[in-house]
Design a protein around this ligand. Sequence first.
Ligand code: PEP
Ligand code: MG
Length: 322
Amino acid sequence: QKEIWAELKDEPTFTSEGEQVELVANIGTPDDVAGVINNGGEGVGLYRTEFLYMGKNELPTEEEQYEAYKSVLEQMEDKPVVVRTLDIGGDKELPYLDLPEELNPFLGFRAIRFCLENEHVFRPQLRALLRASVYGNLKIMFPMIATVEEFRQAKAILLDEKENLTNEGINVSDSIEVGIMVEIPSTAVIAKQFAKEVDFFSIGTNDLIQYTMAADRMNEQVSYLYQPYHPAILNLVNNVIEAAHSEGKWAGMCGEMAGDSIAIPILLGLGLDEFSMSATSILPARTQIKGLSKKELASYKDKLLSMATADEVVAFIKEKTE
Ligand code: PEP
Ligand code: MG
């Protein structure tokens, strides 16, 4: 098994009929990049920047952030690197920000909501990213987007900082894609409207599942409702992919589901373009995809989307991919 994986390390990812998909990795720090390269990652699909802010007593400086982003981009050479702006709140706390305790932190003041209200935190991160952009293939992604206005506002601040840097005589890449995490049902439902404005989507199933099923991802008593293969989730995922493609954009997934061997054939059939997972899942996934026909899997789409339960979905896909 290990040898088969190793053989595919420096190969692109093809289905049995030669359709290409992208297998990239989720990282939390620049030190994680070595693992991405060693495991044959074709890029970084999610750089969770929270770690720069956690485990310390104050906000990281623009300079500190710039060094981290530059390091990741340089190490990845010209491979795509999707950096997610600060997603704090919910399960990720920052004691030094002194945010008020909330009754429902997962439904509260977090991520882009916090950043749009705290530009003194948001702008230095955007500046650091823009400055680092000349060292590789940077894509910027905003987390927890619930409305088109939030995206417009975040992008306007980004463009404003780009202009500031240009006026200061600092070089910024002209080809930075700007996209969003789709992890709130409202956004998945009107993905078509979003697709006209964003450059890409990355579906965050860890949150999308908890919000769609109304089942706290940290609460074991309701974990039976945390169902990645629930037809409601598949319909939302499908809606996002179709919306992206109708506007000539790409759709990826960076939640845990993207590296799951039962989900992979389903997602391939729905037309997902990019799968972002933990680095160690990449070679097993590449090996699995090599044996799968996207065309065949796509022919099951309507059937899967009209099923009533997750169990039916799993039984069906297992039978078809045995
Ligand atoms: C997600 O919600 O799927 C995701 C990738 O983000 P996080 O797990 O950091 O919330
Ligand atoms: Mg999330």
